[in-house]
Design a binder for this molecule. Sequence first.
Ligand code: NDP
Ligand code: MG
Length: 392
Amino acid sequence: MTASSRIFLLGSTGSIGCNTIEVVEHLRRAGIGEFPIVALGIGSNIEALAAQEMRTGASFVSIASVERSEQYEGDAAVYAGPGGAAEMIRSHARAGDIVVAAVVGSAGIDAVMAGIERGCRVALANKETLVAAGSLVMPAAQAAGVDILPVDSEHSAIFQCLHGGPSRAVERIVLTASGGPFRGRSRKDIASATVDEALAHPTWSMGRKITIDSATLANKALEIIEAHWLFGLPAERIDAVTHPQSIIHGFVEFMDGSVLAQAGPPDMRTPIQLALTWPDRVSAAGRTLCWDELRSLDFAPIDHETFPMIQLAWDAIRAGGTAGTVLNAANEAAVESFLDGRIRFGDIFTLVTGACEAVRPSRIGTMEDVWAADRAARSWVTSHQTSVMVQE
Ligand code: NDP
Ligand code: MG
């Protein structure tokens, strides 16, 4: 990576994608470095893509929806279909480029693998990639000598704090969780919460799927598995704590009793920028902390009774194999059903727990094993979503 690395930005029209473009523009304006965005990848929003192509001057675009790709009128070369992003990377990326992985869901896995194969740094926002396929992705990155730099704010925090001591001296890591809009409520209380209520996140502005995940705490569950793969720690050494202000993003506890924390305002431009410029640190694209406004930092234990997802994550790490794949895919399917109005909020917990019990983990040897488990979990959720509706 140099101050002139090219960027392949996947999920460009989403929350992380748009923030990444802002960071790149800040770095250019401030004279810090050129990070030309040469490729953009999206699902279907071709109107936003056209504006981004003009804004960034990207030469290549990938559009997962074949139908929408046929309507695209930009000048860039188009790679269409679910495999388009990976094909675009295999055709044009080279060692030293950066793949910003900001697609939502397991749909992002193949492009991350393609980036690794091409020797690119991966700035990873797409946590589902590691949750579903960490046992293939991490060894592939290691074999290729490629860095996977976390964009997720908690993992960026842990990554930074880990530089404060040798890895053999790390006792535990702790991720913070805002607690989402339903912090302090009971399971019964939130069983029939509406989509609007679940989307009203108190501190972060993000895409719809991760915002629902924050309301169920599935986001923290996925992040615990993501941390397991990124930092090589077992389940019992990865914990989470509620911290409603979202100022401290993570802690590393060392064996000498010292605890290092990383702090910053809830602004994704900060970890995105660090993933692009690391090991350098340059002037901030995002907001900075205002100490005059900061009054208190609160912490509380996670309410595992109301929010059972974190326990499922620990269980999935211990079970290994496709257990993470199943948890992730069941959650993706359940969240989609909730957003589409087919199930109630509380059904997400029932369906994900049910799928994790019913679809037993198996060994992961190849990506096909991942996709088979992913399909099995989604189909379990689809076939049970009417029968497990929560009782009023
Ligand atoms: P958004 O929903 O805002 O954006 C998702 C992006 O992915 C869009 O560009 C969308 O394209 C694209 N996309 C959707 N489906 C597909 C598909 N099948 N194939 C290719 N591209 C697709 O999500 P976020 O930006 O909030 O989140 C992106 C990822 O980053 C998630 O994994 C999330 O967990 C993670 N993350 C996000 C944070 C945040 O603050 N937002 C914080 C930490 C992690 P289109 O617009 O065409 O639908
Ligand atoms: Mg996070």
